[in-house]
Design a protein around this ligand. Structure first.
Ligand SMILES: [Fe+2]
Length: 246
């Protein structure tokens, strides 16, 4: 598929994101985190994602100690419910689930104790951090995940203030083969102007290897459509992205 074909509109006059094929970051299991709260809400979003051209959605509810104490069981149980509802509605998207791990001592304990992590693709593990301070475990996490055969996917780096304040850390993390995952909606400025600017800088650096929606609700779907009209959207799709290999 040429790069120009997905910049055009599809037959429903919606932006066509079919080139991306797979979304790897969203919160589409009902009632287990701050994402969707009902099956019907999830169905509405997934129907939109199908219209936008996505073929596969690997949804990634939070696993955050003390806030969203999810386990593979809570996530995969909810996944089964969503898949059944999608089949009844005739929504033609392959739905899978992983999780977005919050990097803290509890996550490190899982890594060190050899607990099986809920990965996606080729042993990819999605990891987010706090927004303000560089977590002391960041480099240690990437080292141990690599040693155990996982590939660390760094969720929405453009949202981390500590990367803005310490740009040298970006190169340091890239040198460790950490996979940077951008939230497409960051290009709209919806989080903040500095987040948008860091997103653009990471695209200019060719640091981004995965694009995610981080969709929690329909607001994000509308922002996603808006992101496709920004001047960095084509630059983003020109990068060597891994989405359509997953
Ligand atoms: Fe997320």
């Amino acid at each position: 598929m040429s790069i120009f074909s997905f910049l055009s509109k599809n037959r429903n006059s919606e932006p066509d994101l079919g080139y991306l094929h797979t979304d790897i970051h969203s919160h589409l299991i009902p009632g287990i985190d701050d994402g969707i709260q009902s099956i019907s809400e999830g169905l509405e979003i997934l129907r939109e994602m199908e219209t936008l051209g996505y073929k596969k959605v690997i949804t990634s509810p939070h696993t955050m100690w003390g806030t969203y104490d999810n386990t593979p069981e809570t996530i995969l149980g909810g996944l089964a419910q969503m898949k059944e509802a999608m089949a009844q509605e005739g929504i033609n998207i392959a739905l899978e689930a992983a999780t977005e791990y919050y990097l803290d001592e509890n996550f490190m304990e899982k890594v060190h104790s050899d607990e099986q992590l809920l990965a996606f693709g080729e042993n990819h593990v999605l990891v987010e951090t706090g927004f303000i301070n560089e977590p002391p475990e960041l480099k240690e996490a990437s080292f141990h995940l690599t040693m155990k055969g996982y590939k660390m996917v760094y969720a929405h780096p453009e949202r981390y203030l500590y990367l803005l304040e310490k740009p040298s850390l970006i190169e340091e993390l890239l040198d460790r083969d950490i996979i940077f995952q951008l939230n497409a909606v960051s290009l709209t400025g919806c989080y903040s102007k500095p987040v948008q600017k860091l997103a653009e800088k990471l695209i200019d650096m060719k640091a981004i290897r995965l694009v995610g929606t981080d969709c929690h609700n329909m607001v994000h779907i509308n922002l996603l459509k808006e992101a496709t009209t920004t001047k960095y959207w084509k630059k983003l799709l020109d990068l060597e992205l891994l989405n359509n290999q997953l």
